[in-house]
Design a protein around this ligand. Structure first.
Ligand SMILES: C[S@@+](CC[C@H](N)C(=O)[O-])C[C@H]1O[C@@H](n2cnc3c(N)ncnc32)[C@H](O)[C@@H]1O
Length: 434
């Protein structure tokens, strides 16, 4: 079930009772703090949630693109103020499918109120978003209907026709949204055929998936498009087809006064490649903390990112998972790290999971396929080792990230609230090596 929707008003009071208990802002919550959290009957055994499987990214060009026809409409067509309408360019069948899947589409939505950010000038980066309140990992920072939503690929390869189309789409917007569109940054200058193309190219983020259409969409929005880039972002763009809204959600806790950033590119690339890509596509020199590193520190950061990326493949996850299960079956013995050579340390599979998680957090690169298997391993291991505080800590992280990606905690909150009732708690009994 989705949370946070209001039937009529577009803003969700920030103080309204949250659907889930708000986790402590301290990184390691204590037993005492959690006395008030949701409890289940003491006989209940709580299973560890199954891993959420991400569908692969949609291709830019769907296979049947030339058989499709495009339509343009503004949604919703009535009953909301202009700034809550989206010019939606869609292939045939998509709107009917959305209506069938989501009764009342596009459904009403809400955004935190009062806002938890402001848009202000950022040194050397034009405008940007800065948090005005502490934001907890997983929380929505802002939710809005994009000004424009369009498939990335349209059925023409004629540049002039495409340029006319983008100009036409902006003219199709209501006057308020058109003004907001032209206020957005165009970093492309004269390198694009039109001002409209420049703005779209500077500000678009990926949207979807949409039913019946196996292709990527991109969107441009009044607020979300103001988020600047960091190679260690603290937020992520998310899209919800049911409400036709774009949102920004926090990857980690963000303090009031911190800039809210997203990543425009693949953050696993080595720093030189990231710099090249950002310069080529967005015309700026990245000065984020990771890009300011020099010498050995930069090399270490590049290696750490490559390591996180390499560990995120399905085959590697399965291999490490098998080693972890063997370690559990053999009694879950913690062994001291053995330094094999400078920079190369041998760890037990559980220690390895901790190092990998810490690396991901330190670099600010949450691998979307890896974080959940990794956190599952840590929760399972600490449950077997009977450490309630660490089970709670890692299960809270899993609840936050799962909410960020899927809008639901997937069952992780129950694990965080009741560590001693998880199916793995003290599971090895006398077999455990102490
Ligand atoms: C999507 S816009 C972000 C909002 C933009 N700063 C504005 O003023 O509206 C992308 C553009 O912002 C600027 N930008 C984004 N991140 C930046 C960063 N880390 N450093 C410098 N400029 C950045 C670049 O000009 C980039 O092309």
């Amino acid at each position: 079930m989705r949370r946070g929707f209001l039937l009529s008003t577009p803003r969700e009071p920030r103080k309204a009772a949250p659907a889930e208990p708000r986790p402590s802002s301290s990184s390691k919550p204590s037993e005492q703090e959690n006395k008030s959290t949701a409890q289940v009957p003491s006989t209940t055994v709580i299973p560890l949630p199954a891993r959420y499987i991400f569908r692969p990214l949609d291709p830019e060009y769907p296979p049947d693109i030339w058989q499709r026809t495009v339509d343009v409409s503004e949604f919703p067509q009535a009953g909301v103020p202009p700034e809550q309408r989206t010019v939606f360019v869609h292939y045939n069948g998509v709107v009917d499918a959305l209506r069938a899947q989501h009764p009342g589409w596009p459904q009403a939505f809400s955004s935190p109120s009062p806002p938890v950010y402001k848009i202000v000038p950022i040194d050397g980066a034009g405008l940007g978003m800065v948090a005005t309140a502490d934001i907890t990992a997983g929380e929505v920072i802002v939710r809005e209907r994009p000004l424009l939503l369009s498939p990335k690929a349209l059925p023409t390869q004629d540049r002039e026709a495409l340029a006319c189309l983008t100009v036409g789409l902006v003219q199709f917007m209501n006057p308020e949204n058109r003004r907001a569109f032209y206020a957005l940054k165009n970093c492309k200058g004269k390198t694009m055929p039109t001002e409209e193309d420049g703005i779209i190219n500077t500000n678009s983020f990926m949207c979807g998936p949409f039913p019946t259409y196996e292709g990527r969409y991109c969107g441009v929005a009044r607020e979300c498009s103001r988020a600047n880039h960091s190679c260690s972002p603290n937020a992520k763009h998310c899209f919800d087809p049911a409400t036709l809204t774009q949102s920004l959600r926090a990857f980690r806790d963000i303090r009031a006064g911190e800039e809210i950033t997203v990543s425009y590119i693949d953050f696993y690339l080595p720093s030189e490649k990231r710099k090249e890509e950002l310069k080529r596509r967005y015309f700026f020199d990245c000065r984020c903390a990771a890009c300011r590193l020099t010498g050995q520190a930069r090399q270490q950061s590049d290696t750490a990112r490559a390591f996180v990326n390499a560990c995120g493949g399905d085959a590697m996850i399965a291999k490490v998972e098998a080693a972890f299960e063997e370690w559990l079956a053999a009694g879950a013995q913690r062994t001291a790290p053995v330094v094999l050579s400078p920079g190369l340390t041998q760890l037990d599979p559980f220690g390895m999971a901790e190092v990998l998680w810490d690396t991901m957090v330190r670099e600010g690169c949450y691998n979307r396929g890896l974080w959940e298997p990794l956190l599952t391993r840590l929760v399972k291991g600490y449950a077997v080792l009977e450490n309630a505080e660490r089970v709670r800590f890692y299960a809270t992280k899993a609840a936050q990230l799962r909410t960020l990606y899927t809008e639901e905690d997937g069952g992780w909150r129950a694990v965080a609230d009741n560590p001693r009732q998880t199916e793995w708690w003290a599971k090895l009994g006398a077999k455990r090596i102490r």
